[in-house]
Design a binder for this molecule. Structure first.
Ligand code: AKG
Length: 375
């Protein structure tokens, strides 16, 4: 039996246990199979125990408590984690567990619907919000299904040629009818957390708490419901291939299955142990530029498994499209000159979104805007 026959057989066996009909993902077309160098080294449930092999967990309880010393400690811890890891978890974050549980329940009800039903709100190039099961990361098909929606219901983005602005909005499914409510309640709660974190991150750089708020008045942040079905070939495919986020930062909640992996500075992959009471926060491209590389946007990926589907909900906190992202002038000096040229955020996002649909080369990265790089 050749590798192709063996993959098809493993896939068909998995489908007997799974309820999808027709399947939303089918590896027999090989678009999921990664080159050996990109295949996962660790399983979804393999974690290291030592503190240098776990991203930091930060308790946000002092924020809003009036405990000045406690607040300073949180700001220090966040700054250190953003510098050392680009990733950390937060507990006592203020988002009620019931809001997350309710969204999980509705997301499962949606993703376990027949494919034709989900495709009624299929995402397209022109309508980037809705359901999608064909996303590419770094030119490979991801073993995942997604539902994307905007936190603010509508936003303005440059068109395909970056010549005019277009307005995009949300698409909601009729079935399950309560998904929209669950999504909107989750968006409101996590948006508040995003603004709290924005203040902490600004202060951790020595800036006034609300220094960066001006870029988020009409922010263009989407939330994604990720559903990773059981996968017959978890050692050959990934739920999401290695990538860095184009956001300012990302706030993610994951269920108990595990699968998120982060690349440490020395190149070693580390599994992020799921915690029901925590959000995972990671620095994105925009904060890396604002901080002039003090904070790192770090590669991460998602490993899938043969036994249990997984859910995660990232909130990509994105500034308004018209933002010209540059290293914050207050953080620059003669010894620390700007490492980046101005980058129009709408242009950057448009180019990144194009990469989700096309299989033709590298995604745009902030390195394209590095000083001394040709554009
Ligand atoms: O599912 C996860 O834990 C991470 C998801 C992710 O990196 C993404 O959706 O960009």
């Amino acid at each position: 039996m050749g590798i192709e026959d063996s993959l098809v057989e493993r896939f068909e066996n998995t489908q007997i246990k799974d309820d999808h009909s027709p399947p939303a993902l089918d590896p027999s077309d090989f678009c999921f199979v990664l080159e050996p160098e990109f295949r996962p080294k660790l399983k979804h449930n393999e974690f290291f125990e030592s503190p240098t092999e776990q991203i930091p967990v930060i308790d946000l309880a002092p924020i809003g408590s009036g405990d000045e010393e406690g607040i300073r400690k949180v700001i220090r811890e966040v700054g250190n984690a953003a510098e050392e890891w680009g990733f950390f978890q937060v507990v006592n974050h203020g988002v009620p567990a019931s809001v997350i549980d309710n969204l999980e329940e509705q997301a499962i009800a949606f993703f376990t619907l027949p494919l034709e039903e989900k495709k009624k709100i299929n995402r397209t190039f022109e309508q980037p919000m809705g359901y999608y099961n064909e996303e590419l990361t770094k030119n490979y098909r991801d073993w995942k299904e997604v539902f994307d929606y905007l936190v603010r219901d509508q936003c303005a983005l440059p068109d395909e040629h970056c010549t005019t602005e277009i307005t995009i909005g949300n698409q909601w499914p009729q079935n399950p009818s309560s998904l929209r409510d669950a999504c909107e309640i989750y968006a409101k709660a996590t948006e508040e957390l995003a603004f709290r974190l924005l203040k902490i991150l600004s202060q951790s750089l020595g800036l006034p708490a609300e220094h960066l708020h001006q870029y988020f008045e009409k922010h263009i942040s989407p939330i994604r419901l990720n559903y990773y079905p059981v996968c017959p070939i978890p050692e050959l495919a990934l739920g999401v291939s290695r990538h860095k986020d184009p956001s300012a930062f990302t706030i993610l909640v994951q269920d108990e299955v595990g699968g998120l992996q982060v690349r440490r500075r020395d190149g070693k992959w580390i599994g992020v142990r799921p915690r029901r009471d925590a959000f995972v926060i990671n620095i994105g491209a925009v904060f890396q530029m604002w901080s002039n590389d003090r904070y790192q946007s770090v590669e991460h990926q998602v490993v899938v498994n043969e036994n249990k589907a997984r859910l995660s909900f990232p909130f990509f906190f994105n500034p308004v499209a018209a933002t010209n992202v540059v290293p914050v002038p207050e953080l620059l000096s003669e010894n620390s000159p700007a490492r980046y040229r101005p980058m129009n955020y709408g242009y950057f996002m448009r180019k990144r979104n194009d990469g989700n649909f096309k299989q033709d080369g590298e995604d745009i990265q902030i390195e394209h805007f590095a000083v001394n790089q040709s554009s």
